[in-house]
Design a binder for this molecule. Structure first.
Ligand code: FES
Length: 235
């Protein structure tokens, strides 16, 4: 008996395996579903909601929802696209993202999503919240101004580095990434070689002294929009 099932995304039938999530099945078929908190090396938590699709008419986070035979998925309706734009907009105004001064510019997934969605200026008022910068560690910096609370650093430290350097603390607008050191990141067992220092999608957790090692013009999304690598595999 074949363990292959069939799902439909935006009218296109694709083959999937029962253990896959919608996001994984779409990726394998060359259909890009935008995402931010999800990363292939980490367990998905479905927190950012950028990947929400309509699944048999109901909104579902594609990164955590398993596929089922016959499932009908809508990924690019005007309402879904607007929903994603709204979320991205909110991330920009709830932090302090000064892209032109950020060393992650060109390789930042939030910035790249904004470009992909044609966002030139957020539709919501900027909050300009007061956020801290933790430069206490000799090799890694934590800039809370740029954090989007995707928890990739939290999961990477736990799942890949076998540490527990980062946690999500606080609630609502006060929510932020905390560290398990006595006072700051410099008091933790964080190392620059940790995957947690690598998987931040924005410029929040960054390694020191390597910010401009890759020149602007040769960064991840300088030549092609985010998602192009997946769409390039389209059959
Ligand atoms: S990528 Fe699915 S909720 Fe963030």
């Amino acid at each position: 008996m074949s363990d292959s099932i069939t799902i439909t995304i935006d009218g296109k039938e694709i083959e999937a395996r029962p253990e896959q999530t919608i996001l994984e099945a779409a990726d394998a078929a060359g259909v890009y579903i935008p995402r931010l908190c999800s990363h292939p090396d980490l367990k998905p938590i479905g927190s950012c909601r950028v990947c929400v699709v309509l699944c048999d008419g109901r909104p579902q986070a594609a990164c955590v929802k398993p596929v089922m035979d016959g499932m009908v998925i809508e990924n690019e309706t005007p309402a879904i696209l607007q929903h994603r734009k709204n979320i991205i907009d909110m991330m920009f105004v709830e932090g302090n993202h000064f892209c032109m001064f950020c060393e992650k510019s060109g390789s930042c997934e939030l910035q790249a999503l904004a470009y992909r969605f044609g966002i030139t200026a957020p539709q919501y008022p900027f909050q300009f919240p007061e956020k801290e910068i933790d430069a206490s560690h000799p090799d890694v910096m934590l800039d809370h101004n740029r954090c989007v609370m995707c928890a990739r650093c939290v999961r990477a430290s736990q799942e890949l580095d076998g540490k527990n350097v980062f946690q999500s603390i606080g609630r609502g607008f006060e929510r932020k990434i905390g560290v398990n050191g006595e006072r700051a990141l410099g008091d933790t067992e964080m190392e620059a070689t940790d995957r947690a220092a690598e998987l931040c999608p924005v410029g929040c957790v960054v390694k020191k002294r390597v910010g401009f090692a890759t020149p602007i013009g040769r960064r991840d999304y300088d030549a092609a929009p985010i998602g192009s690598n997946i769409e390039g595999e389209r059959s």
